[in-house]
Design a protein around this ligand. Structure first.
Ligand SMILES: Nc1ncnc2c1ncn2[C@@H]1O[C@H](COP(=O)(O)OP(=O)(O)OP(=O)(O)O)[C@@H](O)[C@H]1O
Ligand SMILES: [Mg+2]
Length: 223
């Protein structure tokens, strides 16, 4: 099943009194179960591209289809609901809420959707190897543990699409591999799909496909 279809996306930002085109006619298709990487130099537009795929910023032109819905037909309110239902984000820093315990971080996200299921939280924490930290506050967690909680948070509401912007940037190589491996396993187990922006070339062999963002377009790379 097709999860994401980006068609002819264009995004430019004002630069002085000109417009600078960051994304230029970008196309991408992603199916259920796929984990793809996007690499490219700093400033090439990776985060811009990911934010568009996640409906956080709107392209100047082109179409974003998620699970068959043409998202340009949604108004702002519908877009917010759609994001909540369909998209899970993982960022470079884990962005955990300082005054909530690990388990509470997940409960609060779950409470935004229709169902409450403590068993599912327990299972996800177990799958990610952090069930023993369920009652800890973020300040007491290591970097790798925080990132696992961030992964759990991204997956808890069964999103269709996971978007990760340099999720391993603050971790050493072996921890980075573990984090990607966990994202992969959850993607396969839950029939979702993921895009991982990374600078870390040692992780590329773990991906189903790798793209380089070059002059505003995605080019598939052989790794
Ligand atoms: N809101 C904005 N207004 C103007 N220019 C912007 C804006 N956001 C990003 N840019 C510019 O667009 C270009 C692409 O930025 P983006 O953050 O997408 O790059 P990136 O590939 O994610 O870089 P990095 O690897 O450093 O995270 C940069 O030159 C940036 O300065
Ligand atoms: Mg970036």
């Amino acid at each position: 099943m097709e999860i994401l279809h980006l068609k002819n996306l264009v995004k430019s930002y004002p630069d002085g009194n000109q417009e600078r085109e960051i994304i230029a006619d970008l196309n991408l298709k992603l199916k259920q179960g796929e984990v793809v990487a996007v690499v490219g130099p700093s400033g090439s537009g990776k985060s811009t591209f990911l934010s568009m795929a996640g409906l956080l910023i709107t392209p100047n032109a082109g179409e974003i289809q998620i699970k068959g819905t043409n998202t340009s037909s949604l108004n702002d309110e519908e877009k917010t609901l759609f994001r909540k239902e369909h998209i899970g984000y993982i960022f470079q820093g884990s962005h955990l809420i300082p005054y909530l315990k690990v388990k509470e971080q997940l409960q609060i996200i779950q409470s935004l959707s229709d169902y409450q299921n403590n068993k599912e939280i327990d299972k996800l924490l177990l799958d990610l190897g952090i069930s023993h930290r369920a009652e800890a506050y973020p300040e007491a967690l290591s970097g790798g543990e925080k990132q696992r909680v961030a992964i759990a948070r991204a997956f808890i509401n069964h999103p269709s699409l996971i978007l990760a912007d340099e999720p391993t940037a603050n971790l050493d190589e072996s921890l980075g591999r573990e984090i990607i491996d966990m994202i992969r396993r959850q993607v396969k187990a839950r029939d979702t799909a993921a895009i991982v922006v990374t600078h870390d070339t040692s992780l590329l062999s773990l991906m189903d496909r790798v793209y380089r963002l070059n002059q505003g377009q995605l080019e598939e790379m052989q790794v």
